[in-house]
Design a protein around this ligand. Structure first.
Ligand SMILES: [Zn+2]
Length: 294
């Protein structure tokens, strides 16, 4: 079994102190060994053949760069790495090298460090595009801290990249676990219960509320498992195992089309189809399925 979630892993040394060091950044932007990661719309360029991110040298991308909108990601394989955006309405460049792919599709096939780098790039590129103006005064916001924040040009309000915490939980009760499905999912596929944490809630509170809202099942003990960056566009999935205290299922908020208790034997069979391997949901299911009672 994989030892960490797809997209996770501290593969990029973020060297936060360099973000406000204009001399170091100026050198890094022009250095021959620096790496530049294009993001066209919301997609990353993946090389033909063995899947790998296209990490471009400065000379190849020079004509496309807007120095004011470059995003410094950190040091990747000890080399400065930057992301830059190409608007979706423009023709995608470098298509002779590869294809622009959705990370949800290609994430498991990329080397883990490149999946981490690309997720980081995608999240920041999309965040910048959603924060063109200050939410306080409506002034124009400009990239700041080497693309790791934005600053209002009118009132100096600093906007920081957004990360939305979401809980995702495998509830079990003896030899059964609780899975649900949304109407839009492929036929037969079921997954763990998930939802965004709300203001004023602890993670444990969020787990108990979400499970109750979606299935009417009461939850007791809640145990943290692992987390997964999920940049579609800006979630952080916080994975848990939890103990179910009641059996009866009612779809209280109608978010799910169906929810059921499944035994381990059923999970080993053709039905249900389990969550895709890219997601922490599958890892939570597998950890329970191949372990003891929890
Ligand atoms: Zn402002």
């Amino acid at each position: 079994m994989q030892d960490q979630n797809v997209f996770a892993g501290a593969f990029v040394d973020r060297v936060g102190e360099r973000r406000k060091d204009p001399e170091w950044l100026a050198d890094a932007i022009t250095a021959e060994d620096s790496l530049f990661l294009p993001v066209w719309g919301d997609r990353c360029l993946v090389r033909h053949g063995d899947p790998a991110c296209c990490l471009m040298p400065r000379a190849a991308v020079d004509h496309l760069l807007d120095p004011d909108e470059l995003i410094f990601l950190g040091l990747f394989r000890n080399r400065p790495a930057f992301a830059f955006a190409i608007p979706r309405e423009e023709a995608p460049p470098f298509v002779e090298l590869g294809e622009y792919k959705d990370l949800r599709v290609i994430g498991t096939e990329l080397p883990p460090d490149e999946a981490n780098l690309a997720a980081h790039a995608r999240a920041l590129v999309l965040w910048h595009q959603s924060q063109l103006y200050c939410g306080r005064c409506g002034g124009k916001a400009i990239a700041h801290a080497a693309g790791n924040a934005r600053l209002c040009s009118q009132c100096d309000n600093t906007l920081f990249p957004r990360v939305d915490p979401a809980v995702i939980v495998l509830v079990s009760r003896g030899d059964r676990c609780l899975l649900g499905r949304q109407a839009s999912w492929p036929e037969g596929r079921y997954s763990t219960i998930a939802g965004f944490v709300e203001p004023g809630e602890s993670l444990e509170d969020g787990v108990r509320r979400e499970v109750f809202e979606e299935t009417n099942v009461h939850v007791g003990d809640v145990h943290y498992h692992t987390s997964q960056p999920w940049p579609f566009p800006s979630s952080l999935m916080l994975g848990f195992h939890a103990e179910g205290l009641s059996d009866d299922i009612v779809l209280n908020d109608a978010e799910l089309e169906d929810a059921r208790w499944f035994t381990r034997d059923e999970l080993h069979s053709e039905f249900p189809k389990l969550p895709f391997r890219i997601s922490i949901a599958r890892r939570l299911v597998d950890a329970w399925l191949f372990a003891g009672d929890r």
